[in-house]
Design a protein around this ligand. Sequence first.
Ligand SMILES: [Zn+2]
Length: 258
Amino acid sequence: MQIYFSIATFLLGLIVGSFLNCVIYRMEEGKSFLKGRSFCPYCKHELSWRDLIPIFSFLLLRRKCRYCKKPISWQYPLVELGTGILFVLGLLFVFNSGIWDFICYLLVSSFFVLIFVFDLKHYIIPDRLVWPAILIAFLYQWNLYQWNFLEMKNLALGVLPAFFILAIIIVSRGKWMGLGDFSLTILMGLFLGFPKILVALFFAFFLGAIIGISLMIFKGKTLKSEIPFGPFLITATFISFFWGQQIINGYLRFLFNP
Ligand SMILES: [Zn+2]
């Protein structure tokens, strides 16, 4: 039974991923993403259903538009696949705590995918992606805490590290990170709570340092080159969301049982 649920959830993730690609494209073009049909970004030819099957169309068409033969961006299959994998992880890790939690997780992770791609491509974290996700993450946590306001101190603690990011932004005058990273860290804090937010920030800086240094060595980037931090924050968020508690336990064992 589990396997059928996993396949269905993965397929749902592929379809949502395909929709997210469409949202990204229409945000880039400044269009409404609720109306209109899909078309090739180069030749503007309207796409039929057989051009729009997640992953499969990309593979069958061998990365080329059926009509103008221009290459299709890797973004399309990768976003679909990534969303599919995040949805299945949600099924395995979140579904047990209730359908409401699962739905909130699917919604927030979809927003994380959008922010990831948008920041990677345009070095911008749009507020209109972060704030709806903050609202959903807040409702998610509020439900976890059984709608008990007094139990929510972990949530307040979770948001606190965002002000550390704000301090870095102020000290660096926005050169290392932008205000978008601040709102993204608030979202992470609400989604992860305390202490998982600390694990996430640790991994984000760790991954950022490793990839930043590799880019400098292999791609000739300099310290002044702009590298978006959002993708690191979001990757680290999911690592911490799923495995944060094990990482904390392992670290504490390491500290206290030498
Ligand atoms: Zn085309």
